[in-house]
Design a protein around this ligand. Structure first.
Ligand code: CMP
Length: 140
């Protein structure tokens, strides 16, 4: 198995409801290590850059508004097959379709306010990590 790193965001609906510890407990129970973490309030520019791939989607404005509405926690998670493993732990994007025990089934409010983000591939993980963390901030 490959030791990988993935990028995670605990979104505004998680910080506003004081759920960051509860979400982190699910992450750690799944065997992922939080090797970097910081709480930030994203700027509109950061959110638009981060979600640039969705710029043409009808929900883009709503998505950016939500991501700048309250603090978030950005993280780097490390583990065997961390990218796929975290996507399993998060559950489906729409919590209505998420499996029992997943973060989104447990905590998400809607497809927009869905508690967490996780990278979808090694290339995007590297880009997303580099947007928010310097190498010396990641301690594995
Ligand atoms: P995320 O994994 O962060 O990546 C893109 C985000 O867009 C996704 O999670 C959802 O929160 C959001 N998203 C996807 N579809 C919709 C939608 N129909 N309405 C609002 N937000 C959406």
């Amino acid at each position: 198995m490959a030791l990988e790193r993935t990028f995670s965001i605990l979104k505004p609906d998680a910080t506003e409801r004081n759920l960051t510890g509860a979400v982190n407990a699910v992450i750690e129970k799944a065997g992922l290590r939080i090797v970097a973490q910081k709480r930030i309030h994203m700027t509109r520019n950061q959110a638009e850059t981060f979600y640039g791939v969705h710029r043409e989607r009808p929900f883009f404005g709503e998505l950016v508004d939500f991501m700048v509405s309250a603090p978030v926690v950005v993280q780097v998670l490390e583990g065997d097959n961390a990218i796929a493993r975290y996507r399993d732990v998060m559950g489906a994007t729409n919590p209505a379709n998420a499996a029992d025990g997943t973060i989104r089934k447990l905590f998400a409010k809607s497809v927009g306010e869905n508690t967490v983000h996780g990278s979808d591939a090694p290339e995007t993980a590297a880009i997303e990590i580099a947007q928010f963390f310097a190498g010396n901030e990641i301690v594995g």
